[in-house]
Design a protein around this ligand. Sequence first.
Ligand code: MN
Length: 316
Amino acid sequence: MAVWAIGDLQGCYDITQRLLERIKFDTARDTIWFCGDLVNRGGQSLETLRLVHSLRDHSVTVLGNHDLSLIAVGQRTKDEQRKVNPDLQRVVMAEDAPELLEWLRNQKMFHADRELGWGMVHAGLHSSWTIANAERYAREIEEKLRGKQFERLLRNMYGDKPGWNPQLAGMERARAIINIMTRMRYVTPRGRIDFDAKGAPGTQPAGLYPWFSVPGQVQRDLKLVVGHWSTLGLTMCNGVHAIDTGAVWGGKLTALQLDAEVPRFEQVEGRDVPAQVKPATKNTSANKAPSKRTGHRRRRGGRGPRPATPATPPSA
Ligand SMILES: [Mn+2]
């Protein structure tokens, strides 16, 4: 029996299959934790979503920003759907779209397994959030997503504000939680998310910290596995294991075995051609305007786990 966590698939179906072969994934004995961002940019989002859906009894999925965007796109009119990028369009126009999107909408924002000793979230947790806090806030969003008001939530989730404050209520509270769990990379010591800085640590403006190493971090009783931040590379810091290694950008797709004595990683090569970046229609690209991807392409070749704060930018 093995429990594996796998980083952002981003619509890279062939690569996902190759990784499943590499780890000899067997539904009779193994479980996979998917870190979110199953779709978008890789060109095989529909196939990828069908694959993860078919593994639903043998896996756990937390939602990423691209997954939430896809669910939101699924609620729009056909005319509006024709404006989104072809990769997502194929998903929402597919015959089985209702089933796939309904399943996706019922996935988690945060997953914890105390027996295993691990928690999983797509982007990260606020520095003040314990595992119990994260579970509670995640359930708030999941209830809204699964409930009658899910369309209202999807319409109101876009936006960078407000920052987290436990007194927040309603849609502002939901937006703050969603931004932390699905979009955060760098934060200020006071906990404000910077939505512009996306590079590897060392490239960020002064006063910003990776969310997992900002001063005043609460002690958590579980290790965490996260995705979302492809320029970070494979990183282990303060119990946080970041495994989005940018498969869609020509990096690698990573699996981390969670029930191994020592961290065990398996990787396969990502896409040969890094994803095309084009100015997508507003709101199609996961809660934010697409950024310039210059310098985003990852080096090829072997990349073992990196220590906490890699100093070199990712571009070769
Ligand atoms: Mn993401």
